[in-house]
Structure formats: structure tokens, C-alpha cells
Write a protein that binds this ligand. Structure first.
Ligand code: GUN
Ligand code: FE
Length: 437
């Protein structure tokens, strides 16, 4: 067998990757070989007859990254729900109910992104900060400003972060302020079209890094015509969709009073519940909603920190998993105060410990790690989140906590790492095989 095809990089060391929802596998002394497109081409164990040869070749060509014994390779995390413009508002107004928080803090801040200079400053800081926290893919809500959203895309390309970016659509005069609303349904739809077109011009038609996502803010902020128009656009261009769904009691009841239906059914009615839809929060979803989401093969972004403040309940991720719904984790900046998926992994486990029926509903370390990695990737139909041939080389190299009394192969070591890691412990980050941190 010929093995000496050339690699763009070979990373040698120990790694963790989800084996399944319930199990994380530990691989010691492995050579992860990345091809020239940025995908994992093959993974060799130390016992493989070609192991030394490949390492030697990579070393000679200066393409070798050798992990220290106190370092471990992990898949990069996927932030399945984050509001880019809310970065300057992180940790602010979290003692208010959702509707007041939106009106008093969020909408006034988002309106400022009409200023391109402001957008550029915030977005470059946000994208670099997320990468430094190990987030290699982010699914962003932008604002209603096309040029600011394009600037966010530029920053993602610039820093090398994988991203979906949404032009936020909101035209309902009864639920949005005068100063921050699309001036009409048709202008909202044409802003989304313009954004998609400009993004495609920026990235090229088959961009693998940055892509558009159809983004009705949530049911209250959109008229029926807008919801219908966005559903049609998503179908016409075969695009993913993101929105908030049954996030809080107020939002859940709003849909019931306007449509006599739950959010899920409303979204379905307007063609927005597809196999490419990411529904954020879902704390108020009932069994009928979950079955409908499962039937549609839509996914849910679980935002455990944000839900503590605004969700009026805990999203039972384990129950959604029983319905075979794909679930990932979202920071929901700035409903959540932390840009770190580590912090959200911790909170997902902590919150699940408050649920009834612990034996069925608590999340294990392996479950939460899966949600932050492959759960998010699968929700997006992306080949990332696993360290496995055929997947993108989206990685983080993390220093193990000191005074760790567990053997490397022990899952308790991963648990300890997930509770201890801060951005300072993340030594480097790769997206599609390129070092970005
Ligand atoms: N619902 C509508 N807009 C928002 C938002 O910006 N954040 C959260 N958490 N919920 C929302
Ligand atoms: Fe949100």
C-alpha cells in the first residue's frame, strides 16, 4: 500500500472524540493526518507500521505538530446559537424579563450597527474571542443591517472561523420599536436577498467556511407575510433557517394568542420547519411539538445559561434525544453571559440535575461533550465535531489541568478538563487544518 501521499499537517498526540451520544473515545499516541483541503485524511495509531515514517516525513517538511504529554487534542466546538451584535452587552440586564431586556438593552444596541465602524470593531473582537475559546463554528444572528452582516462575514473569513450568518428579519410594528424594524415586508425580504447575494460575492458560490442562513428573529417580531416569504426563500435557495422557538412562557403564549398554535406549528405552517432549521431554546416545547420537530428532522440549539435567565424552564435535552432530534449547544450571547462552550457544557449538566426523573433526564459528561461537538455539527449537516477521517480538521489543543490524579484514558480526566478549561488553557485552534489561534 502506498502511504506517502503528502499531508498539509500531521498532529501527533492524545485525543478525545465522541464515539456516540453516550460515549467518548480516548485515543492515545495517534497521528492525525490532514490533507490539503483541510480534512482529516487518516488517523494512524502508534502500532501502525507507517506511523514512524509519516512522522519523520512530516517533520522533515516542517508539517508536524507534536503535542506535549500535558496537552490533548479535542474537536473544535460548535456554537449553534449566538447573537453577534449583542457582544458589547454581555452580562447586562440579566435581572429583567426577556421582553424588557430586548426593549431596554438589545434593540437599542442592535440599532447601532447601522454604523459600519462600530460593527467592524465589535465583530473582529467577537470572532477572535470565540476562536480563542475553542469555538471553530458559530451560527450567528446578525442585525437588520446588510453591511454590518457582511462585515461579520469578512471577520469570519479574516480570522478563519466557520460560520453561518443570518440577516435578521423583523417587520411587525406591534412587537418591534420604530427605530429598529424593517420598513416593510418587501424591504425585509429584499434585504435578505441582497445579503445572500453580497455574501456569495464575498465568499464565492461554493464557500465552505461562511454561509447564509434565513433568520426570522422569532414569531412575535414577524408578520405573517414575512414568515411566509422567508419560508419560500429558504426553499427556493435550499438554505438553512434559524429562529427562536418556544423560548419563554411569554413567547410561547404570544403564538397561542395570535395563531391558536404553538411556535412549532406556526413555523411549520410557513414552511420554516425543515430539516435545515435550527430552533433556539425550546424550553416550553411539549410532546406534540417535539414529535413534529422530530418528524421534520429539524434541530434544537440548547442554550443552558440563557435559559436560566429568560427561558422560564430547563430544556430537557435528554428527552429531545429520545425523540431522535439533533441537539447542539448555544451560548446565546448575550442572553447567556459567557462566550465559552465549556461554560455552557457545565451549565447543561448542572441544569439537567434540577430536572425530575434524574435517571432519564440528567446529562452525563459524554452527553454534554457530544452536544458541544458532534450534536451541533450534525444539526448543521456539517462534517465537523469529530476527530475522524472525512471530517474537517477543526480542532483545539488544550492543556490538561494540573494535579490531575486520573489516568489519561479515564473519562474523569475529560470531565475535569471540561470543568477547568478557560481560554488561557487553549494553546492553539485549527479550522480546516489552518492554525487560527
Ligand atoms: N427572542 C427574540 N430576540 C431574542 C434575542 O435577541 N435573544 C433571546 N434570548 N431571545 C430572543
Ligand atoms: Fe437568542
Amino acid at each position: 500500500m502506498v502511504i506517502l501521499i503528502s499531508f498539509s499537517r500531521v498532529i501527533v498526540g492524545n485525543f478525545y472524540s465522541s464515539h456516540s451520544y453516550d460515549r467518548v473515545s480516548y485515543n492515545a499516541d495517534s497521528a492525525v493526518c490532514i490533507d490539503h483541503t483541510g480534512m482529516i485524511q487518516q488517523i494512524l495509531s502508534k502500532t501502525d507500521p507507517n506511523f514512524s515514517k509519516i512522522i519523520q516525513t512530516a517533520k522533515t517538511e516542517d508539517r508536524l505538530t507534536f503535542l506535549n504529554t500535558n496537552e490533548v487534542l479535542l474537536p473544535g466546538f460548535i456554537d449553534l446559537h449566538i447573537h453577534a451584535p449583542q457582544w458589547p452587552q454581555t452580562g447586562t440586564g440579566l435581572d429583567l424579563p426577556l421582553k424588557e431586556w430586548l426593549n431596554d438593552y438589545t434593540f437599542p444596541l442592535e440599532a447601532k450597527y447601522a454604523n459600519h465602524t462600530f460593527a467592524k470593531k465589535v465583530y473582529s473582537d467577537l470572532v477572535s474571542s470565540l476562536l480563542a475559546h475553542g469555538t471553530t463554528t458559530a451560527v450567528y444572528f446578525g442585525t437588520m443591517h446588510v453591511s454590518a452582516n457582511i462585515e461579520l462575514a469578512r471577520q469570519c473569513l479574516n480570522f478563519g472561523q466557520r460560520a453561518f450568518i443570518g440577516q435578521v428579519a423583523m417587520d411587525n410594528p406591534f412587537e418591534t420599536p420604530d427605530y429598529y424594524r424593517d420598513s416593510s415586508t418587501s424591504s425585509s425580504l429584499s434585504a435578505t436577498m441582497t445579503f445572500i447575494q453580497k455574501l456569495t460575492e464575498l465568499t464565492g458560490p461554493s464557500s465552505r467556511l461562511v454561509k447564509p442562513i434565513i433568520t426570522p428573529r422569532f414569531v412575535p417580531s414577524c408578520t405573517d407575510d414575512l414568515l411566509e416569504g422567508l419560508g419560500k426563500l429558504a426553499h427556493r435557495f435550499d438554505l438553512p433557517i434559524q429562529t427562536h422557538c418556544s423560548e419563554s412562557i411569554w413567547e410561547h403564549n404570544y403564538a397561542i394568542s395570535r395563531f391558536h398554535k404553538h411556535d412549532t406549528a406556526v413555523l411549520d405552517h410557513f414552511g420554516l420547519l425543515t430539516d435545515k432549521a435550527i430552533l433556539a431554546h425550546g424550553t416550553q416545547l411539549d410532546e406534540t411539538d417535539l414529535q413534529q420537530i422530530s418528524n421534520a428532522h429539524a434541530a434544537i440549539a440548547h442554550c443552558p445559561i440563557s435559559n436560566i435567565y429568560f427561558g422560564d424552564g430547563i430544556f430537557t435535552a435528554a428527552r429531545a434525544h429520545r425523540y431522535q432530534i439533533d441537539v447542539g449547544l448555544g451560548t446565546d450571547i448575550a442572553g447567556g453571559f459567557s462566550p465559552s462552550l465549556y461554560r455552557n457544557i457545565q451549565q447543561s449538566i448542572m441544569s439537567s440535575r434540577q430536572l425530575p426523573n434524574q435517571s432519564e433526564n440528567h446529562l452525563t459528561t459524554a452527553n454534554a461533550f457530544y452536544l458541544a461537538t458532534y450534536g451541533g455539527a450534525k444539526s448543521l449537516g456539517l462534517k465537523t465535531g469529530l476527530i475522524k477521517p472525512g471530517y474537517w480538521a477543526d480542532f483545539q489543543i488544550v492543556c490538561l489541568p494540573d494535579h490531575n490524579d486520573r489516568p489519561a484514558s479515564d473519562n474523569n480526566q475529560l470531565e475535569r478538563l471540561l470543568y477547568a478549561t478557560t481560554a488561557n488553557d487553549i494553546k492553539s485552534v485549527y479550522v480546516a487544518g489552518q492554525q487560527v489561534i
